[in-house]
Design a protein around this ligand. Sequence first.
Ligand SMILES: N[C@@H](CCC(=O)N[C@@H](CS)C(=O)NCC(=O)O)C(=O)O
Length: 215
Amino acid sequence: MSLTLHFHPLSSFCWKALIALYENDTPFTPNMVNLGDEAERAALLKLWPIGKFPVLRDDARNQTVPESSIIIEYLDRYYPGPTRFIPAEADLAWQTRLSERFYDLYVHLSVQKMVDDRLRPEAQKDPRGVEEARARIQLCYGMIEHEMGIKTWAMGEAFSIADCAASPALFYADKVVPIGDARPKLAAYLDRLMARSAFARVLKEAEPYFKLFPQ
Ligand SMILES: N[C@@H](CCC(=O)N[C@@H](CS)C(=O)NCC(=O)O)C(=O)O
């Protein structure tokens, strides 16, 4: 098996890559990285000095691919399956990438900010940054509710890289800023994502680690 995914089952950005792999039943070797273990952290840093996962290693092509979005693009190009993550049509392609960027940069990173703050000692907390992140998530919720309309997935009827990004972003966003009843289309979209077999599998595998999530 030429592909190895260096990841952790609780890591939201790793979920994005796992969803793409599971969508197409792409064979890979999972390598769970415990960042608290010095040797495992050092091994990850050797692959990607930024030290963040997921990182995909492809021995067959002698390539190391970090960054969840790039991993999905790479899989789509070199290990394609029935689910194509980036549409071939040029306009739909950039619109899909834009949607994926929206979920990563404005929803997911805002969630990361809020969760990270929960883990900080009292003296290092950043209440202003947290409030900005909360407001940004609310803004995004409003945009998604407005845009979902009758769409099944982020870009319409085809599941794409945007949905891979939306799945962890919205799952954890709902934990820190509950979606509630006021945004039924958004809530229904998250339900559909969670019912999708690739994401349901990711959630099931993460279950034993949920106790590590700061409530
Ligand atoms: N832009 C990166 C973000 C990856 C990221 O933030 N990963 C987190 C886990 S969800 C991580 O590695 N955290 C460990 C650390 O920062 O030390 C991607 O899309 O892959």
